[in-house]
Design a protein around this ligand. Structure first.
Ligand code: AMP
Ligand code: ZN
Length: 494
């Protein structure tokens, strides 16, 4: 395996072309070097599809989306696996309560997750796959662990014997002193104080869904699916594994024990964990009941781009405090960027170019890149964009911006948006795709004509802010504007 250099946390910036990532395993920022040149093999623990995901979950998924977009912008080919946990304690219980199969139960939430991903402009990983399609791979892995003497049976269930894996605890730094060999935990999700032998395979309980397999009837414990699916598609050692901090223990610790217990090789080179989204000082979670789903917020009238911006704007290693104010700020930041792009696209400026503008755009791009290369510091990257917006707006107001500067500045904005994906105004269409009806009444043709005329007048008066507000208001109602060859405006309903 190629060596990775470690860098002290205090070091501020990556070298030319380098990407620094903070590795939970070493607690250090390290220079990212993929195992296979040009390719990144990455695994993300996906949602447990027992309900709609909440925006805390999407904080973590937006982070991994920014990461993969950034790596792609650097020319890497992604091979990215995300699992859908479609069998676990809660799914089995909820499906039983409803009297339906676990497959019928989870189908609805898998579909909802895919729709939410589209609404939040999350790229679809190369492999977005269900745990229940990989039972045989899990059984094979458990058999291999068994051959190595790392498992034992009790009442038809199979447990991992953590005393057989001396490295247990290296990721989460859990203290194993005082842990009694052979003590077991029965549940999939538990606290650090409960570091115990965990279930790889659970014997069936009456009425529960189970699989008939070579290792007996039953169903997998939660942790085994990620080891089996990651290694099946990505090989024994992956470059990057992501998830929220709550997964560090026990889930990721157990993934390491299962994978390295079989292969004897490092399972993952870089472990990246997103800090939580916090509401009223507490982690947003289903069990605390303090959560909003994406749909809850969209129904209140917030835009998908606002939510994506809010989730992306705080660097992933910092907690994100969710408040009404943070949403308002995100909304106005997105507006500001969209207005700016509209101003450049629609404005008429004096001919030729101001050489200072190209240099300014180039500096913004360099600052943006440097921010992201420093462990995905999205706050620094966004500051680079807003500084450019401010300086270009000032230049326009002073008459120093020229027509030929426009494509250069727009090119910089496109680079930013390849990562942040919030400038293109497709919010209304995205909300409609989720099947929501807009609360706003339909506009009459006369009202639309009136607004189009007002917008033309605003443009004539160089009031681009008002012109853009009108364009957005119409877009929200599904009305598209087109320039006609005669110099007028035609509108149509989407
Ligand atoms: P789950 O569906 O519970 O398996 O969680 C899916 C992902 O969301 C995991 O990576 C969790 O770590 C992450 N997650 C859960 N709650 C939060 C939160 N409040 N903030 C950020 N990430 C979270
Ligand atoms: Zn996992």
């Amino acid at each position: 395996m190629s060596e990775s250099r470690t860098v002290q946390k205090t070091e501020k910036s990556a070298g030319m072309g380098e990407i620094l990532l903070e590795n939970t395993l070493s607690n250090r920022k390290e220079v990212f070097v993929p195992l296979h040149p040009g390719e990144v093999r990455m695994y993300t623990c996906g949602p447990t599809v027992y309900d709609y995901a909440h925006i805390g979950n999407y904080r973590t998924f937006v982070f991994q989306d920014i990461l993969r977009r950034f790596l792609r912008s650097r020319g890497f080919r992604m091979n990215h696996v995300m699992n859908l946990t479609d069998v676990d304690d809660r799914i089995i219980q909820n499906a039983a309560e409803k009297g339906i199969s676990i497959f019928d139960y989870t189908a609805k939430y898998i579909q909802a997750f895919k729709e939410d991903m589209a609404a939040l402009s999350l790229e679809t990983p190369e492999h977005l796959i269900r745990a229940t399609d990989h039972i045989d791979d899990m059984v094979t892995l458990i058999e291999k662990l068994d051959t190595k003497g790392m498992t034992y049976r009790s009442d038809g269930s199979i447990y991992y014997r953590i005393a057989k894996f001396p490295d247990y605890g290296k990721l989460s730094k859990v203290d194993l002193s005082g842990i009694q060999a052979g003590a077991r935990v029965e549940v999939d999700r538990y606290e650090k104080a409960d570091a115990r032998d965990f279930a790889l395979w659970k014997s069936p309980k009456p009425g529960e869904h189970f699989w008939e397999t070579r290792i007996g009837p039953g169903r997998p414990g939660w942790h085994i699916e990620c080891s089996a699916m990651a290694m099946k598609y990505l090989g024994e050692t992956l470059d990057i594994h992501t998830g929220g901090v709550d997964l560090t223990f026990p889930h990721h610790e157990n993934e390491i024990a299962q994978s390295e217990g079989v292969t004897g090789h490092p399972f993952v080179k870089y472990w990246l964990h997103a800090e939580h989204l916090i509401i009223d000082g507490e982690k947003m979670s289903k069990s605390l009941g303090n959560f909003y789903t994406l749909r809850d917020l969209l129904k209140k009238g917030h835009k998908p781009s606002t939510i994506r911006y809010m989730l992306a704007s705080v660097p992933y290693r910092r907690q994100l405090n969710f408040t009404g104010e943070s949403i308002q700020q995100a909304a106005s930041s997105v507006e500001r960027l969209r207005n700016f792009v509209a101003r450049i696209k629609e404005g008429k400026f004096p001919a030729d170019a101001n050489p200072g503008m190209a240099a300014r755009a180039q500096k913004a791009e360099a600052d943006f890149e440097a921010g992201l290369a420093d462990d995905l510091n999205t706050a620094v990257a966004l500051a680079a964009i807003f500084d450019l917006v401010r300086d270009v707006n000032t230049a326009i107001d002073r008459g120093e911006f020229r027509q030929q500067d426009a494509p250069r500045v727009l090119a910089a904005m496109e680079k930013f948006d390849a990562i942040f994906a919030i400038i293109e105004d497709n919010d209304a269409a995205k909300v409609r795709a989720l099947g929501f009806e807009s609360d706003a009444p339909e506009m009459s043709a006369a009202e639309i004509d009136g607004l189009v005329a007002e917008r033309q007048q605003a443009r004539k008066e160089r009031n681009f802010k008002r012109a853009d507000e009108i364009r957005q208001e119409l877009a929200e109602r599904g009305i598209l504007l087109e320039d006609t060859r005669e110099g007028g405006i035609r509108w149509k309903k989407k």
